[in-house]
Design a protein around this ligand. Structure first.
Ligand code: ATP
Ligand code: MG
Length: 432
Protein backbone atom coordinates (compact mmCIF):
# COMPACT_ATOMS: atom_id res chain seq x y z
CA UNK A 1 0.00 0.00 0.00
CA UNK A 2 1.35 3.43 -0.96
CA UNK A 3 2.09 6.03 1.66
CA UNK A 4 -0.42 8.51 0.09
CA UNK A 5 -3.17 6.03 0.37
CA UNK A 6 -2.59 5.55 4.07
CA UNK A 7 -2.80 9.29 4.70
CA UNK A 8 -5.98 9.49 2.65
CA UNK A 9 -7.59 6.70 4.64
CA UNK A 10 -6.78 8.47 7.87
CA UNK A 11 -8.34 11.68 6.59
CA UNK A 12 -11.46 9.77 5.70
CA UNK A 13 -11.66 8.46 9.19
CA UNK A 14 -11.16 11.96 10.52
CA UNK A 15 -13.93 13.43 8.43
CA UNK A 16 -16.40 10.67 9.09
CA UNK A 17 -15.86 11.09 12.82
CA UNK A 18 -16.28 14.83 12.78
CA UNK A 19 -19.57 14.68 14.66
CA UNK A 20 -17.91 12.80 17.36
CA UNK A 21 -15.49 15.69 17.95
CA UNK A 22 -18.41 18.10 18.19
CA UNK A 23 -19.55 16.20 21.21
CA UNK A 24 -16.46 17.10 23.30
CA UNK A 25 -17.62 17.23 26.87
CA UNK A 26 -16.79 20.76 28.03
CA UNK A 27 -17.80 19.84 31.58
CA UNK A 28 -14.61 17.84 31.79
CA UNK A 29 -12.40 20.80 31.04
CA UNK A 30 -11.06 22.09 34.29
CA UNK A 31 -12.92 25.22 35.29
CA UNK A 32 -11.00 25.95 38.48
CA UNK A 33 -9.70 29.48 38.30
CA UNK A 34 -6.44 29.96 40.18
CA UNK A 35 -6.92 33.75 40.09
CA UNK A 36 -10.20 33.38 41.97
CA UNK A 37 -8.42 31.25 44.58
CA UNK A 38 -5.62 33.81 44.92
CA UNK A 39 -8.15 36.63 45.33
CA UNK A 40 -10.15 34.68 47.86
CA UNK A 41 -6.97 34.07 49.81
CA UNK A 42 -5.96 37.73 49.66
CA UNK A 43 -9.34 39.00 50.79
CA UNK A 44 -10.02 36.27 53.37
CA UNK A 45 -9.86 36.95 57.07
CA UNK A 46 -6.22 37.08 58.01
CA UNK A 47 -4.94 35.08 60.93
CA UNK A 48 -1.17 35.26 60.63
CA UNK A 49 0.77 38.49 60.86
CA UNK A 50 4.00 36.54 60.37
CA UNK A 51 3.85 32.77 60.31
CA UNK A 52 7.67 32.44 60.29
CA UNK A 53 7.68 33.56 63.92
CA UNK A 54 6.16 30.17 64.80
CA UNK A 55 8.95 28.20 63.16
CA UNK A 56 11.33 26.64 65.67
CA UNK A 57 14.35 28.17 63.94
CA UNK A 58 13.03 31.69 64.58
CA UNK A 59 15.11 33.35 67.29
CA UNK A 60 12.86 35.21 69.74
CA UNK A 61 13.95 38.60 71.08
CA UNK A 62 13.76 37.53 74.68
CA UNK A 63 14.25 34.22 76.48
CA UNK A 64 11.78 33.57 79.27
CA UNK A 65 12.01 31.43 82.41
CA UNK A 66 15.58 30.28 81.92
CA UNK A 67 17.45 32.69 84.22
CA UNK A 68 19.23 29.97 86.18
CA UNK A 69 20.36 28.11 83.08
CA UNK A 70 21.63 31.29 81.41
CA UNK A 71 23.45 32.32 84.60
CA UNK A 72 25.01 28.88 85.18
CA UNK A 73 26.29 28.59 81.62
CA UNK A 74 27.61 32.15 81.64
CA UNK A 75 29.46 31.59 84.92
CA UNK A 76 31.06 28.45 83.55
CA UNK A 77 32.19 30.16 80.35
CA UNK A 78 33.31 33.48 81.90
CA UNK A 79 36.88 32.47 82.92
CA UNK A 80 37.69 31.81 79.25
CA UNK A 81 37.72 35.60 78.81
CA UNK A 82 40.83 35.63 81.03
CA UNK A 83 42.11 32.53 79.25
CA UNK A 84 41.57 30.43 82.35
CA UNK A 85 40.50 26.84 81.81
CA UNK A 86 36.75 26.21 81.91
CA UNK A 87 34.83 23.00 82.53
CA UNK A 88 33.35 21.03 79.73
CA UNK A 89 29.58 20.98 79.92
CA UNK A 90 26.74 18.62 79.06
CA UNK A 91 23.37 20.31 78.68
CA UNK A 92 20.43 17.91 78.99
CA UNK A 93 16.68 18.21 78.74
CA UNK A 94 13.63 17.00 76.84
CA UNK A 95 12.95 18.25 73.32
CA UNK A 96 11.84 21.84 72.96
CA UNK A 97 12.99 22.96 76.41
CA UNK A 98 15.22 25.73 75.09
CA UNK A 99 18.62 24.01 75.26
CA UNK A 100 19.78 25.12 71.81
CA UNK A 101 18.25 28.58 72.18
CA UNK A 102 19.88 29.28 75.55
CA UNK A 103 23.28 27.79 74.72
CA UNK A 104 23.51 29.67 71.42
CA UNK A 105 22.43 32.86 73.19
CA UNK A 106 25.14 32.59 75.85
CA UNK A 107 27.76 31.59 73.26
CA UNK A 108 26.87 34.60 71.13
CA UNK A 109 27.13 36.95 74.12
CA UNK A 110 30.49 35.40 75.00
CA UNK A 111 31.73 36.05 71.45
CA UNK A 112 30.67 39.69 71.60
CA UNK A 113 32.14 40.16 75.05
CA UNK A 114 35.40 38.58 73.85
CA UNK A 115 35.49 40.92 70.89
CA UNK A 116 34.93 43.94 73.07
CA UNK A 117 37.58 42.87 75.61
CA UNK A 118 40.01 41.77 72.87
CA UNK A 119 40.10 38.23 74.27
CA UNK A 120 40.66 35.55 71.67
CA UNK A 121 37.74 33.35 72.64
CA UNK A 122 35.86 31.72 69.81
CA UNK A 123 32.62 29.80 70.43
CA UNK A 124 31.83 27.60 67.41
CA UNK A 125 28.34 26.10 67.14
CA UNK A 126 27.97 22.81 65.31
CA UNK A 127 24.73 20.90 64.90
CA UNK A 128 25.70 17.23 64.76
CA UNK A 129 22.30 16.23 63.40
CA UNK A 130 23.37 17.61 60.04
CA UNK A 131 24.98 14.97 57.91
CA UNK A 132 27.76 17.34 57.04
CA UNK A 133 28.96 17.30 60.64
CA UNK A 134 28.39 13.81 61.91
CA UNK A 135 31.61 11.99 61.05
CA UNK A 136 34.96 12.70 62.62
CA UNK A 137 36.50 13.72 59.29
CA UNK A 138 33.68 16.11 58.36
CA UNK A 139 33.56 17.62 61.81
CA UNK A 140 37.30 18.35 61.94
CA UNK A 141 37.32 19.50 58.30
CA UNK A 142 34.52 21.95 59.14
CA UNK A 143 36.48 23.20 62.12
CA UNK A 144 39.50 23.68 59.87
CA UNK A 145 37.29 25.71 57.53
CA UNK A 146 36.35 28.01 60.42
CA UNK A 147 40.08 28.80 60.76
CA UNK A 148 40.54 29.12 56.98
CA UNK A 149 42.76 26.06 56.93
CA UNK A 150 42.87 24.68 53.45
CA UNK A 151 41.51 21.10 53.36
CA UNK A 152 41.88 19.36 50.01
CA UNK A 153 38.81 17.42 48.79
CA UNK A 154 40.47 14.09 49.48
CA UNK A 155 43.71 12.52 50.40
CA UNK A 156 44.24 13.80 53.92
CA UNK A 157 44.01 11.61 56.98
CA UNK A 158 42.02 12.76 60.01
CA UNK A 159 45.31 12.92 61.87
CA UNK A 160 46.77 15.45 59.52
CA UNK A 161 43.58 17.51 59.85
CA UNK A 162 44.03 17.48 63.62
CA UNK A 163 47.65 18.53 63.19
CA UNK A 164 46.75 21.48 60.97
CA UNK A 165 44.05 22.53 63.40
CA UNK A 166 46.42 22.39 66.37
CA UNK A 167 49.06 24.36 64.50
CA UNK A 168 46.67 27.13 63.52
CA UNK A 169 44.79 27.60 66.77
CA UNK A 170 48.04 27.48 68.71
CA UNK A 171 49.59 30.08 66.43
CA UNK A 172 46.49 32.25 66.89
CA UNK A 173 46.26 31.52 70.66
CA UNK A 174 42.57 30.81 70.40
CA UNK A 175 40.30 29.56 73.15
CA UNK A 176 38.01 27.34 71.09
CA UNK A 177 34.68 26.60 72.73
CA UNK A 178 33.04 23.92 70.72
CA UNK A 179 29.26 23.76 71.10
CA UNK A 180 28.19 20.33 69.84
CA UNK A 181 24.40 20.34 69.59
CA UNK A 182 22.64 16.96 69.40
CA UNK A 183 25.98 15.46 70.34
CA UNK A 184 24.43 11.97 70.54
CA UNK A 185 24.17 11.98 66.73
CA UNK A 186 27.93 12.52 66.44
CA UNK A 187 28.57 9.74 68.95
CA UNK A 188 26.19 7.43 67.08
CA UNK A 189 27.96 7.96 63.77
CA UNK A 190 31.54 8.62 64.74
CA UNK A 191 31.83 6.94 68.16
CA UNK A 192 32.76 8.79 71.34
CA UNK A 193 36.49 8.60 70.54
CA UNK A 194 36.20 11.84 68.61
CA UNK A 195 35.48 13.71 71.87
CA UNK A 196 38.54 12.12 73.42
CA UNK A 197 40.71 13.07 70.43
CA UNK A 198 39.46 16.67 70.53
CA UNK A 199 40.09 17.04 74.26
CA UNK A 200 43.49 15.35 74.00
CA UNK A 201 44.52 18.17 71.65
CA UNK A 202 44.81 20.31 74.78
CA UNK A 203 47.97 18.36 75.61
CA UNK A 204 49.63 19.48 72.37
CA UNK A 205 48.40 23.07 72.61
CA UNK A 206 50.81 25.52 74.21
CA UNK A 207 48.94 28.78 73.70
CA UNK A 208 45.43 27.67 72.85
CA UNK A 209 42.67 25.75 74.61
CA UNK A 210 39.64 23.68 73.63
CA UNK A 211 36.48 23.10 75.68
CA UNK A 212 33.37 21.18 74.68
CA UNK A 213 29.77 22.05 75.42
CA UNK A 214 27.58 19.14 74.40
CA UNK A 215 23.79 19.36 74.14
CA UNK A 216 21.57 16.30 74.20
CA UNK A 217 18.13 15.07 75.12
CA UNK A 218 19.55 11.75 76.24
CA UNK A 219 20.05 12.01 79.96
CA UNK A 220 22.00 8.72 79.97
CA UNK A 221 24.59 10.11 77.60
CA UNK A 222 27.37 10.53 80.14
CA UNK A 223 26.87 7.03 81.53
CA UNK A 224 27.01 5.61 78.00
CA UNK A 225 30.45 7.10 77.30
CA UNK A 226 33.58 5.04 77.42
CA UNK A 227 35.28 5.40 80.83
CA UNK A 228 38.33 7.12 79.33
CA UNK A 229 36.16 9.59 77.36
CA UNK A 230 34.02 10.27 80.42
CA UNK A 231 37.01 11.07 82.59
CA UNK A 232 38.65 13.37 80.04
CA UNK A 233 35.33 15.17 79.43
CA UNK A 234 34.47 15.27 83.13
CA UNK A 235 31.54 17.56 82.38
CA UNK A 236 29.47 19.86 84.52
CA UNK A 237 25.91 18.76 83.81
CA UNK A 238 23.11 21.28 83.39
CA UNK A 239 19.58 19.95 83.24
CA UNK A 240 16.83 21.96 81.60
CA UNK A 241 13.72 20.96 83.51
CA UNK A 242 10.45 20.88 81.54
CA UNK A 243 8.45 24.12 81.51
CA UNK A 244 5.19 24.13 83.44
CA UNK A 245 1.89 25.25 81.88
CA UNK A 246 2.21 28.86 83.11
CA UNK A 247 5.71 29.20 81.70
CA UNK A 248 4.65 27.74 78.37
CA UNK A 249 1.74 30.17 78.32
CA UNK A 250 4.10 33.14 78.83
CA UNK A 251 6.45 31.97 76.07
CA UNK A 252 3.57 31.35 73.66
CA UNK A 253 1.94 34.68 74.43
CA UNK A 254 5.16 36.51 73.72
CA UNK A 255 5.65 34.69 70.43
CA UNK A 256 2.00 34.96 69.38
CA UNK A 257 2.06 38.76 69.51
CA UNK A 258 4.29 38.81 66.47
CA UNK A 259 2.80 35.76 64.78
CA UNK A 260 -0.95 36.46 64.88
CA UNK A 261 -3.20 39.43 64.29
CA UNK A 262 -4.92 40.84 67.37
CA UNK A 263 -8.08 38.93 68.22
CA UNK A 264 -7.10 35.85 66.19
CA UNK A 265 -6.26 34.14 69.46
CA UNK A 266 -7.68 34.45 72.95
CA UNK A 267 -6.24 33.61 76.34
CA UNK A 268 -8.37 30.47 76.73
CA UNK A 269 -6.96 28.89 73.57
CA UNK A 270 -3.39 29.74 74.54
CA UNK A 271 -3.89 28.36 78.05
CA UNK A 272 -5.35 25.18 76.63
CA UNK A 273 -2.42 24.81 74.22
CA UNK A 274 0.03 25.35 77.10
CA UNK A 275 -1.77 22.78 79.28
CA UNK A 276 -1.81 20.18 76.48
CA UNK A 277 1.93 20.52 75.93
CA UNK A 278 2.79 20.72 79.65
CA UNK A 279 1.36 17.22 80.05
CA UNK A 280 4.04 15.94 77.70
CA UNK A 281 7.34 17.37 78.95
CA UNK A 282 6.65 20.95 77.89
CA UNK A 283 7.94 20.90 74.32
CA UNK A 284 7.65 24.50 73.09
CA UNK A 285 8.31 23.43 69.51
CA UNK A 286 5.23 21.23 69.63
CA UNK A 287 3.16 24.06 71.11
CA UNK A 288 4.24 26.35 68.26
CA UNK A 289 3.34 23.66 65.71
CA UNK A 290 -0.08 23.25 67.30
CA UNK A 291 -0.76 26.98 67.03
CA UNK A 292 0.43 27.03 63.44
CA UNK A 293 -1.70 24.09 62.32
CA UNK A 294 -4.76 25.40 64.21
CA UNK A 295 -4.27 28.83 62.60
CA UNK A 296 -3.95 27.35 59.12
CA UNK A 297 -7.12 25.34 59.60
CA UNK A 298 -9.01 28.36 60.87
CA UNK A 299 -7.90 30.31 57.84
CA UNK A 300 -8.93 27.53 55.46
CA UNK A 301 -12.37 27.49 57.05
CA UNK A 302 -12.62 31.23 56.36
CA UNK A 303 -12.88 32.03 60.06
CA UNK A 304 -11.01 34.78 61.85
CA UNK A 305 -10.66 33.39 65.36
CA UNK A 306 -8.84 30.22 66.39
CA UNK A 307 -11.07 28.18 68.68
CA UNK A 308 -10.35 25.36 71.10
CA UNK A 309 -11.98 23.01 68.63
CA UNK A 310 -9.41 23.92 65.97
CA UNK A 311 -6.69 23.33 68.52
CA UNK A 312 -8.05 19.84 69.27
CA UNK A 313 -8.17 19.02 65.57
CA UNK A 314 -4.63 20.30 65.14
CA UNK A 315 -3.45 18.13 68.05
CA UNK A 316 -5.09 15.10 66.51
CA UNK A 317 -3.59 15.66 63.09
CA UNK A 318 -0.12 16.32 64.51
CA UNK A 319 -0.29 13.21 66.66
CA UNK A 320 -1.47 11.24 63.66
CA UNK A 321 1.46 12.48 61.57
CA UNK A 322 3.97 11.68 64.28
CA UNK A 323 2.51 8.25 65.02
CA UNK A 324 2.26 7.40 61.32
CA UNK A 325 5.83 8.52 60.74
CA UNK A 326 7.05 6.40 63.64
CA UNK A 327 5.12 3.32 62.54
CA UNK A 328 6.34 3.64 58.97
CA UNK A 329 9.94 3.81 60.10
CA UNK A 330 9.68 0.67 62.27
CA UNK A 331 11.13 -2.66 61.14
CA UNK A 332 8.71 -5.32 59.83
CA UNK A 333 9.14 -7.31 63.04
CA UNK A 334 8.18 -4.32 65.20
CA UNK A 335 5.23 -3.57 62.94
CA UNK A 336 4.06 -7.15 63.35
CA UNK A 337 4.40 -6.89 67.14
CA UNK A 338 2.45 -3.63 67.24
CA UNK A 339 -0.26 -5.21 65.11
CA UNK A 340 -0.40 -8.11 67.58
CA UNK A 341 -0.80 -5.66 70.49
CA UNK A 342 -3.61 -3.86 68.65
CA UNK A 343 -5.42 -7.06 67.75
CA UNK A 344 -5.27 -8.44 71.30
CA UNK A 345 -6.32 -5.05 72.71
CA UNK A 346 -9.32 -5.06 70.37
CA UNK A 347 -10.55 -8.33 71.84
CA UNK A 348 -10.43 -6.58 75.21
CA UNK A 349 -12.14 -3.37 74.09
CA UNK A 350 -8.79 -1.59 74.09
CA UNK A 351 -8.10 -2.49 77.72
CA UNK A 352 -4.74 -3.68 79.06
CA UNK A 353 -3.08 -6.65 77.47
CA UNK A 354 -0.28 -8.89 78.65
CA UNK A 355 2.91 -9.63 76.80
CA UNK A 356 2.23 -13.39 76.89
CA UNK A 357 -1.02 -12.98 74.96
CA UNK A 358 0.65 -10.57 72.58
CA UNK A 359 3.38 -13.11 71.96
CA UNK A 360 0.85 -15.82 71.12
CA UNK A 361 -0.83 -13.46 68.64
CA UNK A 362 2.57 -12.45 67.27
CA UNK A 363 3.52 -16.08 66.56
CA UNK A 364 0.41 -16.44 64.39
CA UNK A 365 0.81 -13.10 62.62
CA UNK A 366 4.53 -13.46 61.97
CA UNK A 367 3.77 -16.79 60.36
CA UNK A 368 1.00 -15.22 58.28
CA UNK A 369 3.31 -12.45 57.03
CA UNK A 370 6.19 -14.82 56.39
CA UNK A 371 8.45 -13.44 59.13
CA UNK A 372 10.89 -15.49 61.15
CA UNK A 373 9.45 -15.81 64.67
CA UNK A 374 11.52 -14.02 67.30
CA UNK A 375 11.94 -15.27 70.86
CA UNK A 376 9.70 -13.93 73.63
CA UNK A 377 12.65 -12.10 75.07
CA UNK A 378 13.46 -10.32 71.82
CA UNK A 379 9.81 -9.37 71.36
CA UNK A 380 9.85 -7.93 74.90
CA UNK A 381 12.90 -5.83 74.01
CA UNK A 382 11.18 -4.48 70.91
CA UNK A 383 8.10 -3.64 73.00
CA UNK A 384 10.39 -1.76 75.40
CA UNK A 385 11.61 0.31 72.41
CA UNK A 386 7.99 1.13 71.54
CA UNK A 387 7.50 2.23 75.11
CA UNK A 388 10.52 4.50 74.78
CA UNK A 389 8.96 6.01 71.64
CA UNK A 390 5.62 6.49 73.45
CA UNK A 391 3.67 4.12 71.20
CA UNK A 392 2.80 1.83 74.09
CA UNK A 393 2.97 2.10 77.86
CA UNK A 394 4.32 -0.96 79.54
CA UNK A 395 4.82 -2.11 83.12
CA UNK A 396 6.62 -5.22 84.28
CA UNK A 397 3.92 -7.13 86.07
CA UNK A 398 4.54 -10.69 87.17
CA UNK A 399 5.90 -14.03 86.13
CA UNK A 400 3.69 -15.50 83.46
CA UNK A 401 3.90 -18.41 81.10
CA UNK A 402 6.99 -17.05 79.33
CA UNK A 403 8.75 -15.63 82.39
CA UNK A 404 8.55 -11.92 83.12
CA UNK A 405 5.25 -10.51 81.86
CA UNK A 406 4.54 -6.92 80.88
CA UNK A 407 1.21 -5.20 81.15
CA UNK A 408 0.67 -3.08 78.04
CA UNK A 409 -1.53 -0.21 76.95
CA UNK A 410 -1.58 1.44 73.56
CA UNK A 411 -0.37 4.98 74.12
CA UNK A 412 -1.72 6.75 71.03
CA UNK A 413 -5.27 8.02 70.66
CA UNK A 414 -8.07 5.59 69.85
CA UNK A 415 -8.90 7.74 66.82
CA UNK A 416 -5.58 6.78 65.24
CA UNK A 417 -5.70 3.06 65.94
CA UNK A 418 -7.69 2.11 62.82
CA UNK A 419 -5.38 4.12 60.62
CA UNK A 420 -2.31 2.62 62.31
CA UNK A 421 -3.63 -0.88 61.78
CA UNK A 422 -4.29 -0.17 58.13
CA UNK A 423 -0.81 1.20 57.53
CA UNK A 424 0.83 -1.78 59.20
CA UNK A 425 -1.24 -4.32 57.28
CA UNK A 426 -0.59 -2.53 54.02
CA UNK A 427 3.13 -2.35 54.62
CA UNK A 428 3.45 -5.95 55.79
CA UNK A 429 1.46 -7.20 52.82
CA UNK A 430 3.28 -5.01 50.34
CA UNK A 431 6.63 -6.25 51.49
CA UNK A 432 5.49 -9.85 51.15
N1 ATP B 1 12.55 30.10 77.30
C1 ATP B 1 12.16 30.31 76.05
N2 ATP B 1 11.76 31.54 75.67
C2 ATP B 1 11.37 31.75 74.38
N3 ATP B 1 11.34 30.80 73.45
C3 ATP B 1 11.71 29.55 73.79
C4 ATP B 1 12.15 29.26 75.11
N4 ATP B 1 12.47 27.96 75.17
C5 ATP B 1 12.27 27.46 73.96
N5 ATP B 1 11.81 28.41 73.11
C6 ATP B 1 11.48 28.20 71.70
O1 ATP B 1 11.06 26.85 71.54
C7 ATP B 1 11.62 26.26 70.39
C8 ATP B 1 12.46 25.06 70.77
O2 ATP B 1 13.58 25.48 71.54
P1 ATP B 1 15.02 24.79 71.34
O3 ATP B 1 15.26 24.55 69.90
O4 ATP B 1 16.03 25.59 72.07
O5 ATP B 1 14.76 23.41 72.08
P2 ATP B 1 15.78 22.23 72.41
O6 ATP B 1 15.74 22.02 73.89
O7 ATP B 1 17.09 22.51 71.80
O8 ATP B 1 15.06 21.00 71.70
P3 ATP B 1 15.71 19.70 70.98
O9 ATP B 1 16.22 18.81 72.06
O10 ATP B 1 14.57 19.08 70.26
O11 ATP B 1 16.79 20.19 70.07
C9 ATP B 1 12.43 27.34 69.70
O12 ATP B 1 11.63 27.93 68.71
C10 ATP B 1 12.70 28.34 70.80
O13 ATP B 1 12.79 29.65 70.28
MG1 MG C 1 18.06 21.68 70.16
Amino acid sequence: MSKDRIIYEHMEAFQSNNDFFQKTDTDKISNVDPIAIFNEFLTSKRIFKNKDVLSSSFVPEGIMHRNNEIATLSRIMAPSLLFEGISNVLVYGFSGTGKSLVTKFVAKKLASSAEEKKANVLPVYINCRLENNNTEYRLIANLCAVFNINVPESGLSVNSLYKRLVKTIDAESTYLILVLDEIEKLIQHAGDGVLYSLLRLNESLKHAKIAIIGISNNIDLKASLDQRVRSSLNPVEIIFRPYNADEIFDILLNRSKDAFYDNALNEGVLRKCAAMVAQEHGDIRKALDLLKVAGERTQQLGKSIITEEELDTAAESLEQNITEGMIKSMTRQSKCILLSIISVARTKRMGKVYSGEVYDAYLKLSDKFGLKSLTFRRVSDLIADMDYNSLVMSRIKSHGRYGRTRELNIAFSPSIINKAELIIKEELNLAN
